[in-house]
Design a protein around this ligand. Structure first.
Ligand SMILES: [Zn+2]
Length: 137
């Protein structure tokens, strides 16, 4: 049977954002067409050294999804006011600027990793806020 899944969505486990992420993907007509990988911090969780044990699990799952579901694209959705970004920030003040740096760093790291491990895979980088505004990177 041919699978219809064409994307994997990497998003955070934060309960406040589940509906926002779902609605965003629905607007993009992706309902029922993506596999989901939900983990604290999204790209922060799978790239930052504070969550080292999670990285391999993500890339293994991504590789499996490429094989099983023929996904062509990874859609990353980080979010503002993220607890995992807070942890990654450490003892520094968790200002909007410092948080933005953490997200941008996670985006550039995941982009590099994807290019190295899955060169054919497309990647889309998004940061969503509580008012469901999306910023693309
Ligand atoms: Zn989060």
């Amino acid at each position: 049977m041919k699978s219809k899944y064409k994307a994997m969505v990497l998003s955070c486990m934060d309960p406040r954002f589940q509906n926002l992420v779902h609605n965003h993907l629905k607007k993009k007509k992706l309902t029922g067409k993506y596999s989901a990988f939900t983990i604290a911090g999204a790209a922060v969780g799978v790239t930052h050294s504070k969550f080292k044990k999670w990285h391999k699990t993500f890339y293994d799952n991504l590789g499996t999804s490429i094989q099983l579901h023929k996904i062509e694209k990874l859609i990353v959705i980080n979010h503002k006011d993220c607890g995992a970004a807070k942890i990654a920030n450490g003892k520094k003040e968790f200002s909007p600027d410092n948080e933005k740096k953490i997200h941008i760093e996670s985006f550039s790291k995941i982009k590099k990793q994807i290019k190295k491990r899955f060169p054919k895979l497309k990647i889309e980088l998004n940061l969503i806020s509580l008012d469901s505004k999306i910023t693309k990177f």
